[in-house]
Design a protein around this ligand. Structure first.
Ligand SMILES: Cc1ncc(COP(=O)(O)O)c(C=O)c1O
Length: 407
């Protein structure tokens, strides 16, 4: 009976072409990676799917720093931060990030987390008490949405980046505590949120501004400090979540906020209190990652990313125009996340499959991750891609587009 119940659900997922498949990589994260196919055979693929935007995951200094961290700190932290898992490695990382964010957040303090998902749940559930109301962009990341579902606060969604709709909601709200929540770079669209306007509204309505900078940290800003540096924002209303498993090339996350907010998270955030602290070796290696992000390596890699982005957008625009009957669209993205919106689930699956046959891996993203009718290829660029990698992708896409047009 129980198994029958699950089988029906799995069949329904499969009928909608929404089955997700796990594929194991045989080599480290990089644009050229060996990945096992469904028969378990390793094949080299040109990858456009990781969030390792600066290519730091395979940077030799990161591997060395991780090994050094393991020599100093050995294995796991053994318990949660508040019991005995909090080490000097975590504290050095938090202090360094506090320096990074002090120009943007008065009286800043940083708290580290094992993942961005946990950091988002922490902030949202801790702030979202019964006196609070969230004002949330409809395209916010699942972890923010899950946090709101778990919280005791009410939730008002606003249409993606629609600042005037947000203003109306704020005006009519009677909640004592108002909390605006937004991704900085939207993970499936790559566009950057209207953060200066959001901060202006937060000031006008005495609201917190919770920003998830998972895809901005390391990528945006001259020094790679992310969306706050990009826009030059400064406020003690801002609560910023950054992740360290994307551009930073390792894993983990942090919350940067006024020290009172951090103190409150330490006292009350369940995903901080009731989980084992991350490996100290990772925190140790993250210091090297921060050096790379703000130094010459980061600067030149961010410049190269911009070159690749432009090359890709020009190529995709030409391709869309010359295959107008397919109805494909580019999103308004100025970041390394460059989706090609193809509409139906079938089209996304066919494209991803054909590209795979040509030796490229580009994920087809379907509902519920994106709205129905907006399935897409989510193309992500890394600074370790080359211009000829982009040309190879565009060439393979052109062949598939020609075939699809004749179907
Ligand atoms: C916008 C956004 N926020 C949070 C997360 C969660 O971060 P993590 O992978 O560190 O859990 C992700 C991605 O995974 C994300 O895309």
């Amino acid at each position: 009976m129980l198994h029958e119940h699950l089988k029906k659900k799995l069949d329904a997922i499969s009928e909608q072409h929404l089955t997700r498949v796990l594929r194991a990589a045989e080599s480290p994260t990089s644009p050229h990676q060996t990945v096992r196919n469904i028969d378990g055979v390793g094949q080299e693929r040109l990858m456009f799917c990781s969030n390792d935007y600066l290519g730091l995951a395979s940077h030799p200094q990161i591997g060395e720093a991780l090994a050094e961290g393991a020599r100093i700190w050995a294995g796991g932290s053994g318990s949660s931060h508040l019991i005995s898992g909090h080490t000097l490695a975590h504290e050095h990382l938090e202090n360094r990030l506090t320096e990074w964010f002090s120009p943007f957040i008065p009286h800043a303090r940083v708290l580290s987390f094992s993942t961005g998902y946990m950091a988002n749940l922490a902030v949202i559930t801790a702030l979202g008490d019964s006196e609070a109301e969230f004002f949330s962009d409809e395209l916010n990341h699942a972890s923010l949405i899950d946090g709101m579902r778990l919280s005791k606060a009410s939730v008002q969604r606003f249409t993606h980046v629609n600042v005037s709709e947000l203003r109306e909601h704020l005006i009519s709200s009677t909640a004592k505590i108002k909390i605006i929540v937004s991704d900085t770079v939207f993970s499936m669209d790559g566009d950057i949120g209207p953060l200066p306007e959001l901060l202006r509204l937060a000031d006008e309505h005495d609201a917190w501004l919770v920003l998830d900078d998972a895809h901005g940290f390391g990528v945006l800003g001259h020094l790679g400090r992310g969306a706050l540096e990009h826009f030059g924002l400064r406020s003690d209303r801002i609560i910023l979540i950054g992740t360290l498993g994307k551009a930073a090339g390792l894993s983990g996350a942090f919350v940067a906020a006024h020290e009172r907010v951090i103190q409150y998270l330490i006292q009350s955030a369940r995903t901080y209190i009731f989980t084992t602290a991350s490996l100290p070796a990772v925190s140790h290696a993250l210091l090297t990652s921060l050096d790379l992000i703000e130094g010459e390596v980061g600067r030149t890699r961010r410049e190269h990313l911009l070159t690749l982005q432009n090359q890709l957008r020009v190529g995709l625009t030409n391709l869309i125009n010359s295959h107008a009957s397919l109805g494909w669209k580019l999103s308004n993205s100025s970041t390394p996340v460059q989706p090609l919106i193809v509409g139906s689930n079938d089209a996304a699956v066919i494209l991803a499959t054909e590209l795979e046959c040509a030796g490229l891996r580009v994920p087809g993203i379907r509902p519920p991750t994106v709205p129905v009718g907006q399935a897409r290829l989510r193309i992500t660029l890394c600074a370790t891609h080359t211009e000829s990698d982009i040309n190879r992708f565009l060439g393979a896409l052109e062949i598939t587009a020609n075939r699809l047009e004749t179907l």
